[in-house]
Write a protein that binds this ligand. Structure first.
Ligand SMILES: [Zn+2]
Length: 343
């Protein structure tokens, strides 16, 4: 009798993926992506964004090690959908996935970003049939004393008030503003007017989309002395005026898997859990991909072909088909975010 053999088209899982980040220089950036999050920065002090997991047009994070070394994320989506996505290999409407659904970044706002708003899915396709809406969430990694975020409009603000404030340069007066501290999480559904204030470093989990409409730019002039374009009509068309002030979420305690596990966000587009641990804990494995971002401390991710060192700024993409993994914290403990698609 022949011994059972593995099906040739179903090799053993490749294990967790370590994509190389894509670093972006923008005028509001700084140097904390290097000093706090271990990114290799070049010259300059305007390092604004580190795209950790990206499949958006030409912005493709590339796997650095293992069987898929050299593969851009978009190739994995098209050629390994079952291994990568598991239960989510097809979209809710039954069509195959053509793009990785989440865009994962770290941001360093040394200066305040423009006041902006993103469209929802239905609005986005009117601007670009290939684009998605953008619902996003922020988890604060570091905040200077007094550093603030702006999220949502003050109660009673309507389109006319927003339009005249934009023209008068007083939009900030209509925005809900609050100070933040490391660990705060803010959920920004599409249509929520928002801005990130100076002195904030954060992790950003969002729908894969690059549609942003600028409502107000604080009077900023580019190096040639010109103001940047303001998309007033598009901003107002995409703003959800029923959405009032937005404050940080209240984390919901989870029974596990770590000593302190919490659900930060549970939305239509993604779920974000946070695990803070000193003892080893199993990473949940339930036939879906997970994005693991390390925020504080250190750990070793074991169970894959090679152990992976986790330290602040390290992001790992765990495919749906993966051996059971364990997070083994270093002596100072570890804090990780675990982001994934809802059922
Ligand atoms: Zn945004």
């Amino acid at each position: 009798m022949a011994a059972p053999t593995a099906a040739p088209d179903r090799p053993a899982p490749a294990g967790p993926l370590e994509p190389a980040p894509i670093l972006k220089r923008i005028r509001w950036g700084g140097t904390k992506l290097g000093t706090l999050l271990g990114k290799e920065l070049g010259e300059g002090n305007d390092w604004a964004e580190s795209w950790e997991i990206a499949d958006h047009g030409d912005d493709q994070t590339v796997v650095t090690a293992g069987r898929y070394a050299g593969w851009p994320l978009g190739r994995l989506v098209k050629e390994r959908p079952r291994e990568l996505f598991g239960r989510h290999a097809t979209k809710p409407d039954g069509s195959p996935r053509t793009q990785f659904p989440l865009l994962i970044k770290f941001l360093d706002a040394a200066d305040t970003l423009s006041v902006q708003v993103h469209p929802n899915d239905a609005q986005a396709v009117r601007y670009d049939p290939q684009e998605n809406g953008k619902t996003e969430a922020w988890v604060i990694v570091d905040a200077e004393p007094g550093a603030s975020l702006y999220a949502g409009l003050k109660p009673g603000t309507d389109a006319e008030a927003l339009r005249s404030a934009s023209e008068a340069g007083t939009v900030a007066d209509l925005l809900h503003k609050f100070e933040v501290r490391a660990g705060d999480c803010v959920f920004i559904p599409a249509g929520t007017v928002h801005a990130i204030g100076a002195g904030v470093v954060l992790a950003e989990i969002q729908q894969s989309s690059d549609l942003t409409f600028r409502l107000y730019d604080w009077g900023y002039l580019d190096p040639q002395g010109n103001p940047r374009e303001i998309h007033l009509d598009d901003s107002i068309a995409c703003t959800d005026f029923d959405r009032g002030p937005v404050d940080p979420v209240s984390p919901r305690p989870l029974p596990g898997p770590s000593e302190r596990s919490e659900r930060l966000v549970e939305g239509e587009y993604f779920v974000i859990d946070r695990h803070q641990a000193r003892e080893a804990f199993p990473l949940p494995g339930d036939d879906r991909f997970r994005v693991v971002m390390t925020l504080v401390g250190s750990a070793t991710l074991t169970g894959g072909p090679e152990p992976i060192a986790l330290r602040p700024g390290k992001t790992v993409l765990v495919p749906a088909e993966c051996e059971p993994l364990t997070v083994e914290p270093g002596p100072e403990g570890v804090t990780v975010l675990d982001s994934y698609l809802p059922d």
